[in-house]
Write a protein that binds this ligand. Structure first.
Ligand SMILES: N[C@@H](CCC(=O)N[C@@H](CS)C(=O)NCC(=O)O)C(=O)O
Length: 308
């Protein structure tokens, strides 16, 4: 059941939604002029650059429209998650979708960028011009708050949206799992980058193939055994309430399912956890929406995650 709203909150929400609709109409009208049905064909790069400019103009217009409810409410309609095809951004997207926060998912890479050279060109140009203390992707902008580091973004959103544990037992489980998942994830990435560089050559690929066999047979089952024991018969990893660490766990287990389905399938409670998460109505709707990207989960720099 949605939480009850005061008349003021409901009016302010409607008022913000109207502003969003006004801006969307302007954006659509602008794009129609550039690439509408009766216009000549334009190439993808030109289209992207028009889209970027129009999006910037639209967001500036949104900021100028007087709205009720103060900056905090309108900020929640103008949140920006900027990424490349970035695996560490997916739990952030899922959390925002779960909480019904409207956000712009900004991709620096055009869909056609499928080689390490063509990828991140735009990001490299802009990286140091955006006013971040520690420029990186993913980044997150919410009104005057600008932050990088996916875990810092997750923690910020978890505090803001009530997805942190509230008692010491839950907090301990939350913190321990956050760190455990980070270690597992880093170990997994180590398998995806076995060489010193990022070039995907034949040698590198051979090394990866043997690493993958070893990882899937030995390391992964140990990690999954421990995670499965830690979850036990709980609904969520910290107890009865969903917590931001569940979003991190979901994403990691989902990669493992894609990486080696047979290995994950042996853990009934982990599979049930994945299904429980995917059955949350807001997550289910997000996963069916055109915004949701299930593949690739990473950039062409990675040996797995871009190509299967
Ligand atoms: N600690 C950061 C690491 C971010 C990171 O490693 N970003 C990678 C992509 S996954 C990158 O290539 N950043 C762009 C850059 O360094 O310019 C986080 O968790 O967000």
């Amino acid at each position: 059941m949605p939480e009850p709203k005061t008349m003021f909150e409901a009016t302010a929400e409607a008022n913000n939604l109207t502003a969003v609709a006004t801006v969307r109409d302007k954006y659509m009208a602008g794009m129609e002029v550039i690439c509408g049905g009766d216009r000549q064909f334009i190439d993808h790069a030109t289209l992207e650059s028009h889209h970027d400019k129009l999006k910037q103009i639209s967001l500036e217009l949104f900021d100028k429209i007087p709205k009720m409810g103060g900056a905090e409410l309108s900020d929640s309609y103008r949140e920006l998650l900027a990424t490349d095809l970035d695996k560490s951004a997916q739990p952030i997207r899922l959390l925002l979708a779960y909480k019904g926060v409207k956000f712009t998912d900004k991709y620096y890479d055009p869909p056609g960028a499928d080689t390490p050279e063509s990828y991140r060109v735009e990001w490299r140009k802009q990286k140091f011009t955006l006013g971040f203390d520690f420029p990186d992707v993913p980044y997150y902008v919410e009104g005057s708050i600008k932050l990088t580091h996916s875990m810092a973004i997750m923690r910020h959103l978890a505090r803001k949206h009530g997805l942190v544990a509230t008692d010491e037992t839950g907090l301990v489980r939350q913190d321990v799992l956050e760190q455990q998942l980070t270690d597992i994830r880093n170990g997994f990435w180590g398998v995806l980058y076995p060489g010193a560089g990022y070039e995907i050559d034949l040698l590198f690929n051979n090394e990866y193939v043997s690493e993958k066999v070893q990882y899937t047979a030995k390391t992964l089952p140990k990690q999954l055994d421990a995670l499965s024991r830690f979850l036990g018969t709980r609904q969520w990893f910290t107890g009865n309430h969903i917590n931001y660490v569940d979003f991190l766990a979901y994403e990691l287990l989902d990669w493992f399912r894609l990486f080696s389905a047979g290995t994950v399938d042996k853990y009934q409670n982990l599979i049930q956890f994945l299904t429980r998460f995917e059955s949350l109505p807001a997550i289910k709707a997000y996963m069916k929406s055109p915004e949701f990207i299930s593949w690739p989960i990473d950039s062409p720099n990675d040996i797995w995650g871009f190509k299967k």
